[in-house]
Every structure is written in C-alpha cells, then in structure tokens.
Design a protein around this ligand. Structure first.
Ligand code: FAD
Length: 273
C-alpha cells in the first residue's frame, strides 16, 4: 500500500521538535510524500514554507506544499511557486481554501480549477498537481452532481491526482469514483484517512467540513469519551477496517491526516500490511 502523510506547520519550538520526531518515525515506512497544509489567505505562508524546505533539506522523501488561492493574487501565487521551484519542489496540493473571517477580497483565482489552470499555464508540467475531492460532497456545493462537475473542471484544467476529504463510509468513495468514470475522469483519487483519537475534536472537524460520522460510531465514541484507551482501541478498529475495505476493493494508496502525530497512523499501517 502506498502512503502519504499530511502535517500542519508547527508554530512553536516544541511543535517543531515534535514534528521532527513524527517525520523520522513515518519515514521508516517509506512514504510516497509528505504534504504541509497552508492557512487560507496566507495565514501560515512563512511557517508552511519553512516546514516544506526543512523536509526537503533533511528528509529523504518528496514534499508537497498545499497552496490556497482565496484572497490572493496571481502575482503572489507565482512568487510563492517560483520560490518552491527554485528549491526543487515539484509537487503541490492546489486548493481554493475558505475565506478567513474578516477578509473581503476573494482574490483573482476564485476556484481551485482556476488555480490549477494558472499553475499549468505558468509552469507547464513542472509541478505534479493534487487537488481536493469530496466523496460526500463539499459543504458549499449545490448538489452532488454540480460537485462532480466542478471536480471534473479541476481535472480538465490539469490536475494529476486528488486526495479526498476524510470519510468513514467506503461506499461514498467508490460511488464517487464510479460517477467520475462515467464522465471519463480517471485520475488517481487517493482516500484521505483521519485516525480517530479524540471525540470532541473529531466531531468539531466533521461539522466544519460536513463529513458524516455514522451513528453507530458516534454512539461508541460518546461512551468512551472519558476512557482514552477504549476510545483509541475502538477508533483504530474503525479506521483499520475502513482501510482494509478500501484495500480489498483495489485501492493502492492512502493519504493520512496525521495531525502531527504518528502513533495511531503507524499502528494502522503496520496492521494493514
Ligand atoms: P474548489 O474545488 O474550488 O471547490 C469549492 C466549492 O466551490 C465547492 O463547493 C465546488 O463545488 C464549488 N465550485 C467550484 N467551481 C465553481 C464554480 N465555477 N461556480 C460555483 N461553484 C463552484 N484548506 C486550507 O485552507 N488549507 C489547506 O492546506 C487545505 N488542505 C486540504 C487538503 C485536502 C486533501 C482537502 C480535501 C481539503 C483541504 N483544505 C485546505 C480545505 C479546502 O480548502 C476547503 O474544503 C475549501 O472550502 C474548498 O477548497 P477546494 O480546493 O476543494 O475548492
């Protein structure tokens, strides 16, 4: 099974030290690449860049910065990508992002397909471009059919691959891939996997990105809310079973939202393989 791991850029010295340890553990399973998130509107511009370059200079693994277009300009976007190119970075995760509260200007590239088109027009095939996919639909999509059409626009603009929003229902993923194939879209769509390690954080994130947690799972997570060991065991069982189902049905690549932690991710991957 091919793997990739997503990190957020740490903001403190302690966070940086932690991430170095996490990276050194995850490197041992030979991942395809690490990716580093970006705060929409440029809120983590410097720390994302620093983390990406640190990985590039110190780890023997490919690294892909995330880049959002909302609230930015073409010239700013080009400035950032030029710097990455100069440092030998050749893969990006291209996103629209969500407009930060208080920011009025949506910028020159309003949707991710426009960002992909811009990257292609400026850099041809230098960057391998991953985009986001939403098997359960994006919260702002009018309906699943427009969501699929908007996703297809990103592929037509030049996206090479996609990473999905996390999900706990494998059917949503397979249905999404089938629907895309029906309209001739065949790029690799890597499931995004979110380990379950904390009840309230998971519920909060899932509400924000409109991911459904099946009731049978929430009921048990509620039960184990104050019993960390049981929650971790149950969470691992759920996510491992999801990964096994994906693998059995032919998925050969998984992208883990690590939240800058390695324990549960490593345990899942070891058991999966
Ligand atoms: P788009 O593909 O542009 O879609 C956004 C919405 O607009 C969708 O509802 C789509 O249907 C709709 N749409 C698209 N085109 C049109 C059109 N022409 N007319 C009308 N509607 C349209 N966020 C961050 O801030 N930083 C990150 O690092 C980050 N990393 C992520 C990584 C992954 C793998 C995923 C799945 C998400 C990530 N996000 C990140 C969250 C993402 O930025 C948000 O979900 C955002 O709301 C949408 O970004 P997008 O690139 O999917 O946008």
């Amino acid at each position: 099974m091919k793997t990739s791991f997503e990190f957020f850029p740490p903001q403190s010295d302690e966070g940086k030290k932690n991430l170095q340890q996490v990276r050194s553990k995850l490197i041992q399973i030979n991942p395809e690449y690490f990716s580093v998130t970006y705060g929409a509107g440029g809120t983590t511009q410097e720390s994302t860049f620093d983390t990406v370059i640190d990985i590039k200079n110190n780890d023997t693994v490919r690294v892909a910065p995330h880049l959002t277009s909302i609230g930015s300009s073409k010239s700013k976007t080009k400035e950032i990508l030029d710097q990455y190119k100069e440092h030998g970075i050749d893969k990006v995760v291209a996103l629209r992002g969500d407009i930060p509260s208080g920011m009025q200007n949506t910028g020159e590239l309003r949707y991710a397909n426009e960002l992909v088109e811009f990257i292609k027009s400026e850099y041809n095939d230098h960057f391998h471009i991953e985009v986001a996919a939403y098997p359960e639909s994006h919260p702002q999509a009018k309906n699943i059919s427009t969501e699929i059409e908007h996703f297809a626009n990103k592929v037509r603009a030049g996206a090479d691959g996609a990473i999905t929003q996390y999900f706990y229902n494998a059917d949503a993923y397979f249905r999404f891939v089938d629907d895309l194939e029906k309209i001739g879209i065949y790029i690799p769509i890597t499931p995004g996997i979110m380990p379950i390690t904390n009840y309230s954080n998971l519920v909060r994130f899932s509400n924000m990105c409109d991911t459904q947690i099946p009731k049978w799972i929430t009921e048990r997570l509620k039960l184990y809310k104050d019993d960390k060991d049981s929650l971790l065991d149950f969470g691992e069982e759920v996510v491992l079973n999801l990964c096994r189902t994906l693998k059995e049905k032919g998925v050969d690549s998984l992208h883990f939202y690590t939240m800058n932690r390695s324990d549960s991710v490593l345990s899942i991957i070891k058991k999966l393989n």
